[in-house]
Design a protein around this ligand. Structure first.
Ligand code: 3HC
Length: 717
């Protein structure tokens, strides 16, 4: 037994098994063995009447250790859970904090379950492309019914203690000290027999057998979602099996299905995505900022689409926010925008009117700069106009308290320009949200040349507090996220000139796994949005390759969904994109005008042309130190651009093809199309070593030379 991860003590005839693997008590090697040994020891000890299973610190068990998947395990959760259930003395689960995956499955095998009000219970395996493998698919339906079990297993969501109690997932909510409470209960039930074994429960099983529609509805809902993953189908099959076969047969089937999924491509990609996101917000050289440094109040300058979305993100996260606008009319429009977003959520039953009032109460309209000065952070979210932004940062410099974060939501303007408008450039950074800001999970934290590590760390923590994935980038044209996607956009436009059609390209990308094709997305955000930027770039750069097709469509007044025509046409307020012969004609005209030869494209060529362009750019971004690591680009694509999660991310996907093959193709396109395909030195290096692109990191000398640790200047008021 491993003493470090499992400990045992006897308190007044109750054996207390404590699992310890900070920070979240993931099931480390040795824990399952420890549980088996200690349950046996407690059963053999006449001085022990009952057992409590608990976790050290503030969590029960957050599930299997994800790093151990794919490795051989001496003992599996199904075996240790079975040992708990088979115990002749009652085992009581005492749960605080996270009680997830294999953790909840061990609790399900206990004879009694107690949780603190702070407990969070769930089976998140589906998010990792797998299914519960510690008997969860068989015990959960027997305990809470097939419908509730399917909901929890298929969504992977967490239930709080109150909900868990209502579902019958736990037996009671602890008051006072958890372990003392659980030991008291254990003593109370010590002599009660027979023990309540979850596997032997029949009430729900009998009731559910009469309702085959529960399984059928789950199957239909899964079919509608068109998930590329196998796990949801298997989970439904296993819950169905829990109603018809005995528990041993069910658990054997669960084991078979899990073994098949554990090392599947999709599960590997989803595990990679989990860790890419966890790593993304980390800044080399600094630990997470201490809890006291969090942003507890914020202000947003600008109440437009982005500003109001950001204000909602704060209000949703429980952080009070002030919204500053220049005129009472603009402020009123901003507040109306917020209200209508909440109204829509109420209509979709995602929010109650009472919750809406609570959140609205956190958003305070403001009309004077002085009134936002006491906030911990301010985010400027006005139009992309340099003079306007410089003026705002000058004003913020005057009013904001020392140590406040001065952030800009700009997606295009150099952070250093805003920083120079203040006397505290170290406190200035980008906090680039993606539209709609209250929905999209990416928050790109952008460092200017003078931004301190302290500012970056606190801004990244702020993003996390908003429920976002914070990823740090350096300041350059488009920063890391948009800059890495820009070549994809260029190629999709140029493919049109060569003979591909928008709907063909969209289909290729949707078949790949995107929820929408890139042209349909462009119709949603509006073709006009990037028109001015393109004109500016064309004026500034003599080598700029003009994108004739979108320019022409904008000049024809086709701005996208908002006016019923863009890449597609839209009818009668319907959002369904319909191919439009006018677009075919525009493309054909342009090809003729510029004498561009036409040809047919295979799906693979389209996919590679779009994504290799971005892989090459992402390599340049990492090499230049504008991203700390290639996996940060993956976290950005997954959370900002809808990249299919089961493919891991852009760079992870690229590794599936291999750097040498990508380099070969990039070189060929470089010869054919010229400068824009110049291979990145990093791509060439990784290809030469036959290495992994996803493991590439920025050279230490390249990233943000100004990021030397500096004394913290922020107030802790
Ligand atoms: N395995 C390995 N490491 C884990 C882990 C796990 N299951 N859960 C969390 N960690 C690590 C994180 O990577 C992070 O490490 P770091 O500090 O080095 O970056 C650290 O623990 C803290 O995690 P977070 O920063 O994510 O802390 P939060 O408080 O924000 O979130 C959490 C905690 C909700 C537990 C979140 O980490 C999470 O969702 N973890 C995954 C839980 C999960 O999927 N469990 C099921 C595993 S599958 C299973 O159990 C199979 C079974 O059926 C046999």
């Amino acid at each position: 037994m491993n003493d470090e991860v499992v400990s045992y003590e006897i308190r007044e005839r109750v054996g207390i098994i404590t699992l310890r693997n900070p920070p979240v008590n993931a099931l480390a090697p040795g824990m399952r063995e420890g549980i088996i040994d200690l349950v046996k020891a407690a059963n053999e000890n006449p001085a022990v009447d009952a057992i409590v299973l608990t976790g050290a610190g503030r969590n029960f068990i957050a599930g299997a250790d994800i790093r151990q998947f794919g490795k051989t395990r001496a003992v599996t959760s199904r075996t240790s859970a079975a040992a708990i259930e088979a115990s002749e003395k009652p085992v009581v689960a005492a749960m605080d904090g996270y009680c997830l995956g294999g953790g909840l499955e061990h609790a399900l095998a206990c004879h009694h379950r107690i949780a603190t009000p702070a407990a969070r219970l769930g089976l998140p395996e589906i998010k990792l492309g797998i299914i519960p493998a510690g008997g969860g698919t068989q015990r959960l339906p027997r305990l809470i019914g097939a419908a509730a079990a399917l909901d929890m297993i298929l969504s992977g969501r967490q239930a709080g203690a109150d909900e868990a109690l209502a579902l019958g997932l736990i037996d009671e909510i602890a008051t006072g000290d958890l372990v003392a409470f659980a030991a008291g209960v254990a003593r109370r039930i010590a002599l009660e027999r027979p023990l309540r074994k979850t596997s032997a429960l029949t009430a729900w099983r009998t009731a559910d057998r009469e309702k085959p529609e529960i399984i059928e509805m789950a199957r239909q809902a899964a079919a509608r979602k068109k998930s590329p993953l196998k796990a949801p189908g298997y989970a439904i099959e296993l819950v169905a099996a829990s109603l018809s076969v005995d528990v041993d047969a069910g658990i054997a089937l669960e084991h078979d299905r899990f073994s098949e999924l554990e090392d599947s491509d999709e599960a590997k990609a989803l595990r990679y995505a989990f860790f890419a996101e966890k790593t993304a917000g980390k800044i080399p050289g600094i630990a997470k900022p201490p809890a006291g440094d969090g942003v507890r109040s914020a202000a947003v300058v600008g109440g437009g689409t982005m500003g109001s979305g950001i204000a909602i993100a704060f209000a949703d996260a429980g952080i009070p926010v002030k919204m500053l606008e220049a005129t009472p009319e603009a402020l009123k429009r901003g507040m109306e925008r917020i209200r209508s977003t909440y109204d829509a959520r109420i209509r979709r039953k995602r929010l109650t009117p009472a919750q809406m009032q609570e959140r609205l109460a956190r958003i305070e309209p403001a009309s004077r700069y002085e009134s936002i000065g006491d906030c911990d952070a301010v985010i400027e979210a006005v139009f992309e106009r340099v003079d306007l932004k410089m003026d705002i940062f000058g004003k913020l410099d005057v009013v904001m308290k020392p140590g406040a974060l001065l952030l800009t939501n700009s997606s295009a303007i150099d952070i250093n320009v805003m920083a120079r408008a203040t006397k505290r450039p170290g406190s200035v950074a980008g906090a680039h949200f993606f539209a709609p800001a209250n929905v999209m999970k990416l928050c790109e934290i952008v460092a200017g040349d003078a931004t301190t590590i302290d500012t970056l760390g606190r801004a990244a923590a702020m993003g996390r507090a908003l429920g976002k994935i914070s990823v740090v980038a350096g300041s350059c044209d488009g920063f890391a996220a948009n800059r890495s996607r820009a070549p994809l956009v260029t190629e999709m436009m140029l493919l049109l000139e060569e003979g591909a059609l928008p709907w063909q390209i969209d289909k290729v990308m949707m078949d790949f796994g995107y929820p929408m094709g890139p042209f349909a997305v462009s119709d949603l955000s509006g073709l006009d949005v990037s028109y001015d930027t393109r004109k500016r770039r064309a004026a500034a750069d003599p080598d700029y390759r003009k994108l004739h097709v979108p320019d022409r469509l904008v000049e024809m007044g086709r701005h996208g969904q908002k006016n019923g025509a863009g890449w597609y046409r839209y009818e009668n307020n319907d959002r369904t994109p319909r191919p439009d012969a006018v677009v075919n004609q525009v493309i054909a005209d342009i090809a003729r005008e510029f004498g561009i030869p036409q040809r047919e494209f295979t799906d693979e060529e389209i996919l590679h042309r779009l994504l290799f362009a971005s892989v090459n750019e992402a390599c340049k971004i990492v090499d230049e130190g504008k991203s700390f690591r290639a996996s940060d680009i993956d976290a950005m694509w997954l959370n900002g651009f809808g990249f299919p999660r089961h493919r891991g991310g852009l760079m992870y996907w690229a590794d599936g093809i291999g750097a040498p093959a990508i380099l070969y193709q990039v070189q060929a396109w470089h010869e054919r199309y010229g400068k824009r395909w110049k291979p990145s030195p990093l791509l060439a290096r990784v290809a030469g070593e036959n290495g992994r692109l996803r493991e590439a990191v920025a050279p230490e000398t390249a990233f943000l030379p100004s990021l030397v640790p500096q004394p913290s200047t922020h107030s802790t008021k």
